[in-house]
Design a protein around this ligand. Structure first.
Ligand SMILES: [Zn+2]
Ligand SMILES: [Zn+2]
Ligand SMILES: [Zn+2]
Length: 70
């Protein structure tokens, strides 16, 4: 049986992920940067209104907290 020579030098290119920084909060590939602290944050941890990360965003602080009747 004749077997063809297997290509030893397989080309492994095109699978490298782009140089992205991990989210400073969850560690996922960050797609944006906080405009306040310039930290890397993923799309889930960046505010679409103020473009700040969850640590700097003050939009969530404005939200009314439900009164806890004890
Ligand atoms: Zn994140
Ligand atoms: Zn921030
Ligand atoms: Zn915000």
């Amino acid at each position: 049986m004749q077997r063809t020579d297997v290509e030893t030098g397989a080309t492994q290119v095109g699978m490298e992920a782009p140089p992205t920084f991990p989210c400073s909060i969850c560690g996922e590939p960050a797609t944006r940067i906080c405009v306040w602290c310039t930290k890397d944050a993923c799309d889930n941890h960046i505010c679409g209104k103020c473009h700040r990360c969850s640590d700097c965003c003050e939009c969530e602080l404005i939200r009314v907290s439900p009164e806890q009747s004890s």
